[in-house]
Design a binder for this molecule. Structure first.
Ligand code: MSK
Length: 630
């Protein structure tokens, strides 16, 4: 085995710099240029004090003009903006979950989509009180998916999955009146509250932000994750690779980008068929390489070992290689810039969802009844495009790392079973992990998630924080673009155990895992909620007592704020590297960074000095240990 060495951020930046030379040569616009043009950012927007919720304004609050025309003060304006931001994120994630429910509803033995994990479907059906005895699995899938779809609009009751949380957490949600009801209702209520002339009390607005976030994490996102597992298989440990070097110059390169695995799974399936491979060979390619960007990449990496070309801020880079025949997107986190950029190359920018339609793209409408045909058309478009490459523009950076991924909650428990060496049977539980934390072999855990953001040196925060934490015997569970940063650096290579403190290194050896565990895409943060809940139940601790914190050092999207809200509302202190647009109101700022603790036993910390952010997390974990007396 070759000598193991992490890829540094500098090496990644050098690869990007080389691609930017190509961009300059062809006159392409890139995010690096656009950031320059957009800087400095509007301070009113950045602090959240600009209100454009009615047409009397826009109103911008300043010390000289402390109220908007309607009389709303800065706390109401900032609070409303924060809630609006959350509602956008919750709606987005939850709508993804809804699409997956519909795909599950269409599953059929002879259809485009089949049930790959029937045990999980039966488990969920039982959890929801649905009769399973003697049922045909596809008939059961229909009833479960219909029940799931009703979670979006049911007139009464709260989300079914809330019962998965420990009793103490459920009691907090009930006491604070933040138990999410129907998912769509929480988004509608949020938008109703922020309408002109409704809520302007910051406390009420932030409380609804938590509730709306919870409807995402314990509702829409959780269904998105669970039903994706039912359809495409619950992830298990699998080897893959990460970074732009996974693209292959002699092959037809198709890059999948976005979030919904219904599309990417089908593309992988079709591209693997002998018919398509023969077609690719007929146009002079050696084969077809599928790789991914953003969370759809995480989905197919976790289940199929499909390599990850990059994360959010690398989406333009895959086109800049000049070797991308098609970048195929579904929904979310897709730069509209890909349209004009692809026109500078031979790349086909293929949009597929009515939800994410963009200029300068080829639109191939994807839907679950015609998924096979749609995917075939897309793969054929890419193959036909191979001949149009401009050889003088082709450059794939020789940069990639090995990664082992696929750590769903179920797989983590399975790996932990390997660590059990006590006489009491602890298999099938998180107890081996709890024992490691109690004994101090592991100091604790950080759930690191989220995006890239040009405000932070891309990937540097994720990677440097992870290095620091594992050296301090803190294990990482990661998802989204954070996971891809780790994989690109090499932190998901099992050999990265040598960078850990002695305790974590031993755990990695015993469980045969890397120190940074890939738990999936951004909807899969719901897996982390299940993990935290099971640890709490197994240990007897409350979630807020577990030496565990959340972290999104480079977050950027509305979804990330919704996530932050449900993670905090679940009792997990959350550390951010970028301020939400809320510093304009001392009241809102203090509530988010402290006051929430009185409601849900957790709050936000924001620190843009990444080294300090790491120190703060380590300190918080040690404080939790001291409070537990361990
Ligand atoms: S893709 S939301 S940039 S993690 Fe889920 Fe990455 Fe953030 Fe999009």
């Amino acid at each position: 085995m070759s000598e193991f060495k992490l890829t540094s951020v500098e090496e990644m930046e050098a690869a990007t710099a080389r691609l930017l030379e190509t961009a300059e040569k062809v006159g392409a616009d890139t995010w690096q240029l656009r950031v320059k043009r957009q800087t400095p950012h509007c301070k009113f927007g950045e602090t959240g004090v600009c209100c454009r919720l009615c047409s009397m304004g826009p109103c911008r609050v300043t010390p000289k003009a402390p109220r908007g025309i309607c009389g709303c003060d800065v706390h109401g304006i900032v609070g409303r903006n924060f809630l609006n931001f959350t509602a956008g994120g919750s709606a987005t994630h939850s709508d993804h979950g809804r699409e997956i429910c519909h795909t599950l509803h269409k599953a059929a033995p002879d259809g485009n989509y089949k049930i790959k994990d029937p045990e999980k479907l039966i488990r969920i059906a039982k959890e929801w009180g649905i009769e399973t005895e003697g049922r045909d699995i596809y008939d059961l899938a229909k009833e479960v998916s219909e029940t799931g779809l009703l979670e979006y609009g049911k007139p009464f009751g709260t989300q079914r999955f809330l019962k998965r949380a420990p009793k103490h957490t459920q009691e907090i949600w009930a006491r604070e009146e933040i138990e999410p009801r129907a998912i769509d209702r929480e988004v509608s209520t949020a938008l109703h509250m922020t309408h002109m002339g409704c809520s302007s009390k910051s406390e009420a607005l932030i409380r609804q932000s938590l509730r709306c976030g919870l409807s995402d994490g314990w509702g829409g996102s959780m269904m998105g994750t669970e039903f994706s597992d039912v359809l495409f298989g619950t992830p298990k440990e699998v080897d893959t690779e990460a970074n732009l070097g996974v693209m292959e110059v002699e092959n037809v390169n198709i890059v999948v980008h976005g979030h919904d695995p219904s599309l990417s799974e089908m593309i992988c399936e079709v591209a693997d068929s002998p018919e398509m491979i023969a077609k690719a060979k007929a146009v002079g390619a050696k084969g077809i390489t599928i790789s991914g960007v953003c969370c759809t990449s995480n989905e197919v990496a976790m289940r199929r070992g499909i390599p990850m070309a990059g994360n959010f801020l690398q989406q333009e880079n895959v086109v800049l290689t000049g070797a991308c025949e098609a970048i195929v997107v579904d929904v979310q986190c897709i730069f509209p810039a890909l349209g004009p950029l692809s026109k500078c190359f031979h790349t086909k920018f293929i949009t597929t969802s009515p939800i994410a339609q963009m200029p300068d793209s080829d639109f191939v409408r994807f839907n679950s009844s015609t998924a096979g045909e749609n995917a075939k058309k897309i793969v054929e478009l890419a193959i036909d495009n191979f001949k149009n490459r401009k050889p003088e523009l082709v450059h794939i950076p020789n940069i990639k790392q090995k990664a082992t991924v696929g750590y769903s909650f179920e797989e983590i428990v399975h790996k932990l079973d390997g660590v059990t060496n006590s006489i009491v049977d602890k298999t099938g539980t998180t107890m081996p992990l709890v024992d490691c934390v109690k004994s101090g072999v592991l100091r604790g855990a950080v759930a690191m998630v989220g995006c890239n953001n040009p405000k932070i040196r891309p990937d540097a925060a994720h990677i440097e924080l992870m290095k620091k934490l594992i050296a301090n015997d803190i294990i990482l569970v990661v998802s989204g673009c954070s996971a891809q940063a780790a994989a690109k650096a090499g932190l998901m290579d099992k050999r990265a155990k040598d960078l850990c403190g002695a305790g974590l290194k031993r755990v990695c050896e015993l469980a045969d895992i890397p120190p940074v565990l890939h738990m999936g895409s951004c909807v899969d943060i719901s897996r982390m909620m299940v993990l935290a809940s099971e640890i709490a139940k197994d240990s007897g601790w409350n979630i807020s007592q577990i030496p565990l914190v959340g972290c999104a050092p480079e977050w950027m999207s509305e979804k990330a704020v919704s996530i932050g809200n449900y993670v905090v509302a679940t009792g997990i202190d959350t550390y951010l590297g970028v301020e939400p647009y809320a510093t304009g109101s001392e009241e809102v700022d203090q509530l988010l960074k402290g006051g929430l603790r009185d409601w849900v036993e957790a709050a936000y910390t924001v620190e843009s000095d990444i080294d300090k952010l790491g120190d703060l997390m380590i300190e918080a974990i040690e404080n939790k240990r001291t409070a537990l007396g361990i």
